[in-house]
Design a protein around this ligand. Sequence first.
Ligand SMILES: Nc1ncnc2c1ncn2[C@@H]1O[C@H](COP(=O)(O)OP(=O)(O)OP(=O)(O)O)[C@@H](O)[C@H]1O
Ligand SMILES: [Mg+2]
Length: 490
Amino acid sequence: MSGSATLGLRAAGVCVAVTALALAVSQFVPETAGRAQRLAVHAGALALAGAVFWFFTRRLSRSLAEVIAVARAIGSGDYRRRLHLSPGGEFAELAEAVNHMARGIEANISTITDQKTQLQAILDGMREAVLVLDAAGRVRSANPALGRIAPTVGSPLGRRPIEVIASPELQMTCDRLLADGAGPVEGSGAVTLETQLGPGRFYEVSLVRLGIGGTPAEAGVVMVFHDVSETRQLSRVRRDFAANVTHELRTPLTSIKGYAETVLAAAPELAPEKRRFLDVILKNANHMSKMVDDILNLARMEDGQGASPDARAEAGAALADAIRECEPQGQARRLVLDRQLPEGGVAVACDSGQLTQVWRNLLENAIRFGPEGSRIAMTAETDPVRGVATFAVLDQGPGIPPEERQRVFERFYRVERHRSKTPGSTGLGLAIVKHIVERHGGRVWVERGRGEMSGAAFHFSLPLARTADPAAPVAETATEARLATPAQSS
Ligand SMILES: Nc1ncnc2c1ncn2[C@@H]1O[C@H](COP(=O)(O)OP(=O)(O)OP(=O)(O)O)[C@@H](O)[C@H]1O
Ligand SMILES: [Mg+2]
């Protein structure tokens, strides 16, 4: 039987027992006793029962009052209050239960307070500014580092992000994240954007939506501002340095090449030894000149503000230009260039000059590494659903070992450990390819070729160009692409 039931029964039982006892005692009053005496005995017995009843109810109400007082104190935040009722008393078990609850709340509150203090210390010590928005898109909290980004704003609490940080882009992103509500978001609900806040101050802002899957009231956004101004400044210095040095190298290199060529042409009677020296000078000057051009090229591309959104190129035409440039090298090694691009063409969102560079670099490599008299294939596949075209240059050369397949796209990286030094190679071609493809929103990778084309298989993807008429489906181009696959050799 539970404690409270026992307690109630015990109180009622004692009252009933005392009343019964009083009534029983009154039975023993002798017959001879007068009416007044009988009444006195009855009254005495009832008075005794009443006194016992009063005693118990008073005790009960006192205990109850204490329980109520302690519960109220705990409810209003005094988690240290406890009930001190006599052990074995009516409310001993209730007191123990209330005290247990109070101890639990106190322990949980203390854990939460510790965690909050820790979190606050972390936020206060962070170099990155942090801004937390509530479900209504108002600033709920911010750390002191925010003062460095928005020094004149005063207290940001309760304001909208745009009132704190003058970036419409940031405000729009917050609105978009909050508008998603408790509904599903892409990925983890995190977005990163880069924004300029003042002259020369660039920030990478990570925005994370709060309360994904929770109630709308739990929603909000956390923004963390990473200062990337210094990194930007350093890479600009590096790019400027590379561009300036290579630019300065061009003039002396041009004279070395010019003089070497002039002497070689003007003096046919030159001794073979001297002719060989001049050839070496010319060959190395040409090599350096190519390297200088490549470094300049990369520096210029890195300086650009990303690809133009209107860029559009026909992949087949760009390939034809690249083939024209590489033809002499291909013919010298008797290679067969097998173009397998659709006749209807594949229009991609890429600068056409840069697409020619991509094809040319991949073709140059295939020509250099493919065995003499072998075949090089160039293919295209379109995926209208994803809006992507994927191209490939396949050769019959030694291929690229799996462990080198990531690194070949790094600047100056060459897989020459197992191969003799390749003349005229700088290790910049694939870095340029990667740069161009990625700045146009594509991807480049290399695999081992299959079947007859078992050498290197370089693939790159690019977004399909948007058709001029939005109603015209890109799929049409793709159907053409699949149907028309003439194998052309040049
Ligand atoms: N088709 C290929 N077959 C085998 N190895 C390749 C092929 N293409 C590239 N490689 C390897 O990847 C390295 C990097 O290629 P990348 O085009 O970047 O430089 P490179 O051709 O050596 O010099 P550059 O292109 O600047 O003249 C090459 O040195 C070579 O070792
Ligand atoms: Mg190359």
